[in-house]
Design a protein around this ligand. Structure first.
Ligand SMILES: [Zn+2]
Length: 510
């Protein structure tokens, strides 16, 4: 009953949304009927064209099914490489080679990052971008397909955010779209962005700073998840920075009066910031760790380093709080007679979701539908949930309603947000691990190398290809996405948080 009511409200919302979006297009009832038949979202095309679009999409989905084994092999290899941010030499090479073998022109070095690349196919407009990521997380080594925590090598990295599935689905989609473009002589350009170092929120930020995303008409993004959804939710803006304090060393018992402790400065700074928490807006989040705090208690530390994240609902909020944190660092320096240096690692915007692009993604998620999981896979999911002490609900088998979030939920931060302020962008999720699985956990690593993850990945590749075909064949969709984007970014000037001349740190595991 409740479900029925929920469904009818959802249907009503969908119809209202369509009426709203069709308003500008003078769409007839017949056209609206096409939308409801899922042949084409936000339809402005004749029935004949709608049929053609649907035919091309089905061909793309078949393509993806046909080479799904190759995609799974690729995702499994990247899972095994488990390379952390800025060190994704093997992972990026593997994906780039796959794209190259399938007719893409590949260029490495985007944004000054040796492991970032852009793979391009086609010519002219529209230019459709697809984001791909492939970095792992440190310390999360874990066996695939296991319902208990079993590191392969304790302390080594693992794919705790499913980026092996992320990059591979995106590359697979780009290849399927290219094949359709080639077979049917469609005009346009498809660009796959091999984006490293998402986990440190750096890759796309450097790429955005260097104009790598300029010239795109729309950009498509996804992320593996426990749910199937197109969300209009934003993410938090962020500054990530280190404060390094320099003191004077001395014997902590023999002549402590000659020492000036860099660790004291870190502690006083942290205390100051912890007092500040009471006096910042509730949307602000501040966290820190102390990577360097001295080596022995009997030596006054002359060097200490604290690493901070300041998050907020937008760049302005982050910048305001960041400025206050900087004042606190100066106070800590004064109190301890030390000196200090600030190193801004990175910073990003909040995610600006484009509703038109999101609607196209949502319709294509509905069109593709969800993978079916075998009873064994569902049992695997429930066992995993049991071991995490979560509700044993298995893998999600529903698509979440498409709606505006009722309240602000910032959550984490992503460097895809910077792309979203440069080009109309939206993102979707496909379930690749059981509901309630904690993010960045061994459970995600296990699923990202197992059949449940691979099924989600193949579904995501199809959703991308369907959406790209809509944009390729229906230029009005791009116009509408651009119109919305221009309204939302009126008077906006992109200012990258990473200092202009700062070079990316380069990983050395070549
Ligand atoms: Zn991630």
């Amino acid at each position: 009953m409740f479900l029925e009511r929920k469904m009818s409200i959802y249907k009503l919302f969908s119809i209202l949304m369509l009426v709203f979006l069709l308003g500008d297009f003078n769409g007839s009832i017949i056209e609206a009927a096409n939308v409801k038949s899922k042949s084409n979202p936000l339809v402005l095309v004749s029935k004949g064209k709608a049929k053609r679009i649907l035919k091309f999409k089905k061909e793309a989905f078949q393509q993806i099914d046909q080479f799904s084994e190759e995609l799974i092999r690729t995702a499994r290899q990247i899972w095994e490489f488990a390379e952390i941010a800025m060190e994704e030499y093997k992972s990026s090479k593997l994906l780039a080679q796959l794209l190259k073998d399938n007719g893409f022109n590949v260029e490495f070095g985007a944004g000054g990052l040796p492991v970032a690349f852009v793979a391009t196919y086609g010519q002219g407009r529209p230019v459709i971008g697809i984001l791909g990521e492939f970095d792992a997380l440190p310390g999360l080594s874990q066996k695939a397909d296991s319902v208990t925590q079993e590191p392969i090598t304790r302390g080594e990295p693992g794919h705790g955010c499913g980026h092996n599935l992320f990059g591979t689905a995106s590359a697979g989609a780009a290849i399927a779209i290219k094949t359709i473009m080639q077979q049917h002589k469609l005009k346009g350009t498809i660009k796959f962005f091999g984006c490293p170092a998402e986990e440190t929120v750096e890759g796309k930020t450097y790429m955005a700073r260097d104009g790598v995303f300029s010239g795109l008409d729309v950009c498509l993004d996804w992320h593996p998840s426990s749910k199937n959804q197109v969300s209009l939710k934003t993410s938090n803006a962020l500054n990530s920075f280190e404060v390094i304090f320099f003191g004077k060393t001395s014997h902590a018992a023999g002549d402590p009066w000659n020492g000036r402790s860099a660790l004291d400065a870190v502690e006083l700074m942290n205390h100051g910031v912890n007092c500040l928490r009471e006096h910042v807006p509730p949307t602000v989040r501040i966290h820190y760790v102390i990577p360097e705090a001295g080596k022995a208690p009997n030596v006054v530390p002359d060097y200490a380093k604290v690493w901070y994240y300041v998050r907020g609902k937008d760049r302005q909020e982050v910048e305001e709080v960041y400025a206050r944190v900087l004042k606190i660092t100066e106070g800590a320096v004064l109190m301890t007679e030390t000196s200090h240096r600030i190193h801004v690692i990175t910073g990003v915007y909040n995610y600006l979701k484009n509703k038109v692009v999101a609607t196209v993604l949502h319709h294509n998620l509905q069109l593709v539908g969800l993978p079916s999981f075998t009873p064994e896979e569902q049992e695997f999911a429930r066992q995993l949930q049991r071991n995490f002490g979560k509700k044993e609900e298995g893998m999600s088998t529903v698509i979440e309603p498409f709606s505006e979030p009722k309240e602000y939920i910032g959550g984490g931060s992503t460097d895809a947000a910077d792309v979203s302020w440069l080009v109309p962008t939206a993102s979707f999720n496909v379930a690749c691990w059981p509901l309630h699985t904690p993010g960045h956990s061994w459970g995600v690593v296990s699923c990202s190398g197992s059949p449940v993850g691979f099924k989600g990945m193949v579904t995501a590749a199809k959703v991308f290809s369907g959406a790209a075909i809509d944009f390729l064949l229906n230029p009005k969709l791009i116009q509408e996405a651009q119109k919305e984007f221009k309204e939302k970014t009126k008077d906006f000037v992109y200012k990258c948080a990473i200092p202009e001349n700062q070079k990316p740190r380069i990983g050395d595991k070549r």
